[in-house]
Design a protein. Sequence first.
Length: 182
Amino acid sequence: RSGDVAAGFLSELLLSIRAASHTGVLSMRTQSRWKDIVFLKGRPVWADGGDHADRLGTMLLEQGTLDRSQFEAAVAAMSERNIDFGSALTELGYLTATELYAQLRLLVLRRVVLAFGWGVGTWTLGSVFPRQSSSFEVAPLEAIFQGLLASGGRAAIRADLVPHEGLYVIPTRRFAVDWAED
């Protein structure tokens, strides 16, 4: 499937991906920007993008986990040792492996939330799970809620919920597996 990116399209698409337990990649593209969200059984497990805000270092600086000198030391270690940014952070002792894992989960959530800000471009949904993709699963309903708040506030959330006001859920044996959030 594919289509045009438009304001507000992502929440419905992510809910349908979750309901179908889709495994594959949602790719969003414009001429100058890109974003990929990888799903395993309908749950986002990895996301990447070309925007400055999609970078781990940017996030860690913004939240105060790293200061500028630590960031620069990690970048230097990357060049000198030919390692990735996360490895540099753990080797330099700025983050433990457990802390890095938690930060990478936050990064995936952030990247999914940032996708809600897209208003132009195209999207495609593929059925192939990438051979090399990290797995830092995030809760899909949390990502949708945060994405709606970040891109349109409470009015967007209300607009998405109004069509479902008369519906209710009858739990099944799969309900906890399909919809439970940690």
